[in-house]
Unconditional design. Sequence first.
Length: 286
Amino acid sequence: MRVRKSPDHTPKYRIHKPSGQAVVVLDGKSHYLGKHDTPDSKTRYEELVGRWLAGGRKLPEAPRCLTVNELALAWLNWVELAASKRRGGDRYRSEAKMALGPLLTLYGSTQAATFGPKALQIVVASFVAKGWCRGVVNKRAGTVKRMFKWGVREELLPPSSWHGLSTVEGLRAGDSDAREPRRILPVPDEHVDAVKKVVLTPVAGMIDIQRLTGMRPGEVVAMRGRDLDTTGKLWVYTPIEHKTQHHGHERRIMLGAKAQAVLGTYLKTDTEAYLFDPRDAVATWH
């Protein structure tokens, strides 16, 4: 009498006697793993059964041969969703589209799985030909690589796609025809002082806070009483959102006596209210 196997039964590592290979039967199909009783065949067994279990006791279907156009469309849909949930989402979305333009012109109809390091180098050369500076070229090449990495993660592409592209390094200074980015210098103090004379008082206060702390404009705009710890000699401002937040980092900005003197003018009894509210600026103007 044939014994029925339990639904929780894990297919066994066995030997296929005619060939001497190790074999495991999944979804009614025999998968040969190499020479029986070798470390490699046992590793392949563990990996294959692990994928089978992770897929709900079913192997995932083999990736379809997507074109680069199809991969880009799927990735951009994901980017749209991700951009709606992250700080600076509009810039993130725009950068993605800028990087993909030249790629799709050159390789849109190419099968994504065959897009390799040489093709990426040709795309990078097209970035340089557009006159983009070296930093922008490297940034947008990184965006292209992230798209293929996403494709591997979503099992739309084989892992080799990402591994191949990861061997292409960024351009280094002097090693290509890409122009170097223009160095951005600090704004002279006399220019800042001239601007302060013609802006509304709350805006001038925001400028003073930036000069004293070095915080980013968005962090100044978002300041609220609840985000300030005023119990010590140095006040501490913890922005609710900041540039490295998605890495799990906490940002703490120290505010000394001069910064405290500026902020004292704008502190409100409602700790949920923004210190630099546009409505206050308009009221000042009126």
